[in-house]
Ligand binder design. Sequence first.
Ligand SMILES: [Zn+2]
Length: 430
Amino acid sequence: MNNRLKEDNTASGWFGREPERRVDVFDKLDPEKGVTRPTGSSANMKIRAYAVEKMKEAGLDVRVDAVGNIFGRKNGVQQNVGAVMCGSHLDSVVNGGQFDGALGVFSAIEAVRRLEDEGYKNTRPIEIVVFTGEEGSAFGMTLLGSTALIGKMSYEEAAARRDQEGRTLKEALEYMGYKGDFVMDLDTVAYFVELHIEQGPVLFNKKVPVGIVENIAGIAWIYATINGEGNHAGTTPMKMRRDALTAAADIIKFVEKRANEMVDRLGSATVGTVGKLNVYPNGTNIIPGRVELGIDIRDVVSENMESLKQEVSAALKDLERKYGVSVDISLQPTHFPEPLAHEVIDVIEQSAGEVNIRSMRMNSGAGHDSQNIAKKVKTGMIFVPSVGGISHAPMEWTEWDDVENGVQVLTRTIKRLTQIREDGASMTLR
Ligand SMILES: [Zn+2]
């Protein structure tokens, strides 16, 4: 792997680490201290500036839109054909890792540099993109920049969203110097590819260097409140209790058991998690009077998600009869599963074969900007292994060899996509 790619991906781990520190091997990671780069932070500003500098050095024409999405264009031999877009995000979760998002941005820049180095003339234009606020760590929603870009939310509404300190996105962008007025028209984009860390253990455990995403899982959240009766743990006989937490325990086990059964029976990608539990009053000598649960259900098949959602809701209601509690259920808006484009999946697979890198098809259990862009543009995703399957945590890491493998597949993929003619035929690659 060449130094500039490693240097860029090491720089991305410098910004937002407290204190700023160079981490270029796994052993230098600190399990307590990761990177924190929410949109609008000074660390986010610094990494944006770094990326823009690299884009300009690579000869790209850089523009910024009204929600701070950054675009870097390399013109094609033909100008009036749909562009090939490629990129990811530079914001992070609080105390996250240095590869999530940033790797996809710097890999895209590196791919353009490599194509330039070999003197390749791209037929279609190439657009590098940096999406604003993918993680939702500052402005209360995930996929912010891409949601505005596809028109699911207006730029005005997005720019008016406020962070925890009450600052609007518009103010945060002005502070960073990334409030632009460019308008990207996705009708001028033919293909989108995002390289990203897998954020799960599959590639790492199977020792396969590249994953090709077929579907991005949908997500359904259920919030439930179980109301029982808080009372004295010593004086209330067992037969006279309405314990909200023992009722909640049924649901925790039910979600786990049913999701497992679906996987066994359907071979599905179903996952179900009760990740949040608030117990009131939360005292050792008090019977829990109220419990709030946050339930996360994901699948790449809508019907599976829907049926598990229904079953969990029914089981929650059933607690009223079994435990004498009352249950309030709040179903949050569902993000539906998003299939990615067969055409792009095939190109990525061919490209991996051409550069002799093993790949496998898989699904993404995590959300990505790609799921938004896929609604408008033929989209594909390339995954590289996460060491130990860890992400959104300080120990998130991807080995440099795997970074290199991913970039090689990405470069080849971009090259192929830029050569696809309007009639869908592909030209012969050198
Ligand atoms: Zn990400």
